[in-house]
Design a protein around this ligand. Structure first.
Ligand SMILES: [Zn+2]
Length: 99
């Protein structure tokens, strides 16, 4: 697999949604696009059994590892966990491409 932006084939490739389209990019390109203000959402796959908020947030954290800064993650987590379970999911869908 290759980064669809720079063509690199390193091990850091991630699936993200960029302007609403799923694509595979390397961590560096994802970070650059986010910095440029592009609408890039890390992809996270959740299943029916994922009813535990902390488990779901753990999956999200995995998806943004080395892409978001610790501050960005904390800001998202604080926003996500200020309400009930539905609010958590809504916040995740705002920042992530959820399947
Ligand atoms: Zn790249």
């Amino acid at each position: 697999m290759f980064c669809t932006n720079c063509g690199s084939s390193d091990s850091s490739l991630r699936i993200v949604s960029c302007d609403g389209e799923k694509t595979e990019l390397c961590e560096e390109c994802i970070k650059t696009l986010i910095k440029d203000g592009e609408d890039v959402k890390p992809f996270v796959k959740l299943s029916e059994e994922d009813g535990n908020v902390f488990y779901i947030l753990g999956k999200c954290k995995q998806a943004i590892k080395r892409i978001w800064s610790e501050e960005e993650w904390t800001k998202f987590r604080d926003e996500a966990t200020t309400g009930d379970y539905d609010h958590v999911l809504q916040t995740i869908m705002k920042y992530f491409d959820v399947e």
